[in-house]
Design a protein around this ligand. Sequence first.
Ligand code: PLP
Length: 369
Amino acid sequence: MSYAIWRNDMSLQAAELMEELLAETRRVLSSGKYVLGGQLAEFESAFSKYHDIPFTVGVASGTEALYLALKAVGVGEGAEVITTPFTFIGTVTAIRMCNAKPVFVDIDPSTYNIKVSAIEPLISKRTKAIMPVHLYGRIAAMNEIGELAKKYSIPIVEDAAQAHGSLYHGKKAGTFGHLAAFSFYPSKNLGAYGDAGAITTDNEEMHRRLKLMRNYGQETVYEQVMDGVNSRLDELQAAFLTVKLKHLDKWNLQRRKIADLYRNELPSEYCVLPEESPFEVNNYHVYVIRVQKRERLVQFLESRGIQTNIYYPKPLHLQIPNQDLGYKLGDFPESERASKEVLALPMYAEMPETVVHDVAGAIRDFYLG
Ligand SMILES: Cc1ncc(COP(=O)(O)O)c(C=O)c1O
């Protein structure tokens, strides 16, 4: 189906950068080096500088970034990792890839992020990591989570897959945890033209291990010093990401302007708008409202040519592969309620202002009849 108004039209950004991206493509193709070369090193250094953090390790996807980060802090068979069930599937896939057990904590309905007060009772000897997810670009309560992690000496692995450039008390997502994982899936605020991911850390030993682990644990060619996998961010994607990183703050600012417009124009008596506290800067990876009669509203918007999306329609404790964890419907009421009410409206940096008027007008028409 084609839509008049896309939820996220990624072709506009590619068009804006086309000449530069084509020049990079030619440069990489002519270099004769396509994996673990100079482009990757350049991107890793630029990404570290952007975060004012010593180390970045480029890997093949956000899921593998989470998986390798968890492995690096010692998560393995029998370990438990505390996270939320209201997130993308990949958060939990990474825990399962380590043969570890996800332990779910419900969300705070006002932020959609992990409810900090519910974490402590679930900490046990088996807890080997806490994995907060900065959902929709809004950073989890990292000061409080940091205190808990310190009290129990448990490492934090941030799932920063949606939070490129977001701030919390002036600090960027990806700089709070012992390790943080980013996704550069094409639709992300910093997106590649294929799959890609990265891990950030300020710990030299973690950095050393992660560089080995992403390349079969080889210290030199055909010489393994530890277990590892093939998870490398390739040269072409690294070159594209280096070009795009220079624009990230500008694009995030454009998204924030669109969020401001939505805030002014949406009928707040019919939908719950995303909150933002004074100590936060959200990158508005997606603009998510809460509504009643959601399925009918989606159909109505579709009839006006407006595409929307739902992140996420089923919390992870109710997904088939997680049935072995023994959770049931009702265990995480806020996650379950959110999964029935959230709706992501069109949002991308290049989105024309007129789209906000059209979307807000259509939502008003729907509720006012
Ligand atoms: C919150 C979250 N975690 C993990 C991932 C996994 O990243 P990827 O798709 O790059 O594997 C994503 C993105 O898709 C995500 O949004």
